[in-house]
Design a protein around this ligand. Sequence first.
Ligand SMILES: [Zn+2]
Length: 450
Amino acid sequence: MTRWLAEYAWLPDHAEPTPDVLIETDGGRITGVTPLTAGSRPPAGVEVLGDAVRLPGLTLPGLANAHSHAFHRALRGRTHAGRGDFWSWRDQMYAVAARLDPDSYLALARAVYAEMALAGITCVGEFHYLHHNPDGTPYDDPNAMGAALVEAAAHAGVRLTLLDTAYLTSTVDGEPLAGPQRRFGDGNALRWAERADAIPSDNAHARLGAAIHSVRAVPAEQLATVAGWADRRGVPLHVHLSEQPAENDACRAVHGRTPTGLLADHGVLGPHTTAVHATHPTSGDLTLLGDHRTGVCLCPTTERDLADGIGPARRMADVGIPLSLGSDSHAVLDLFEEARAVELDERLRTRRRGHFTADDLLTAATVTGHAALGWGDAGRLSVGDRADLVTVRLDSVRTAGVPPVGVFFAATAADVHHVVVDGRVVVRDGRHVDVDVPTELRDAIAAVTT
Ligand SMILES: [Zn+2]
């Protein structure tokens, strides 16, 4: 059993952090949470605090990064100057994708996931479609690339949900995959399911989920096959949705429906489904998503970087859509920035302040994200939950003098200085315990870009 004494801890259903909280963990679970309120006697058994590990600063539950494409990290700083849009960025992304193999992807993803651990991310949802050789033929192990990601997460000390992605066509009207997209495809949804069924599911730190890349990439008549597979397995199903107006236009032209309407028609929406982005929904789409209790994963820094637009986060929350957060392209890898952007982007749109509380942002960054990835027992500092502790400094140049409740509006990933995942220390004093993150990032990125 380990005892941790948090200077402040943000407990469930609290509008703001609580000072002096004793957190006990055992076997990777939280076994005790005891606020030592000033002037009161500690409960029996916790009088002696000498052996407790002190956590100066604010301790949060583990942050969940609900949408990642690990290899996009190699593009950071390389695509940001000059003109262009989502589609021109995508061409640059394909050039990196074409150079990866299971060994180089393991090295890159290990470094990226370790960067996530440094940022306080204890669980990541990897939206994985880089399945095959560049010419589209399977590796000897058809799941070698997914296995590399699972191994990378183990090295980095974070949990992973491998959202194995069906990516079958290149356009809404069913153009076949060509060029760098060929390695994404399994031919049809049944063959996708066959391959996904062969992914081992015996890792303690990794779980399997499914993804539909988008309505561009899975023909309408095959959507139900992927959704049915996820439903039978009881695993999360994610889908890129309405990231671009062009996708909406193409879907209407071919199917006479919005992408959300098409997904609803084919049984894709539901409480285990998360729509990623949903930047350009209609009012009817929002109603459909809310009625089906389908989640939305917002990726504000990527949407900002790619000039995609601002998703209507407040309207989503108002119709009952659970909101989670993802760093997606990793142009920025900082869930504090993603979280505050949900509020700040809404301010830019409406020219009013105060759409989401700090607790709303914490919930999106922690418990909702974990739930969207199929880890319903993580993301809260409560007894029985996974022992994930993320401690943020309150004495850095950014956070000094900031009240703990203001951390989501002041801190950055660089202020995370202690991270525990499933009871194991992964980051100590701002350093990853196993991975030299900057060196490994530099080398892994050089290997696929030069
Ligand atoms: Zn994405």
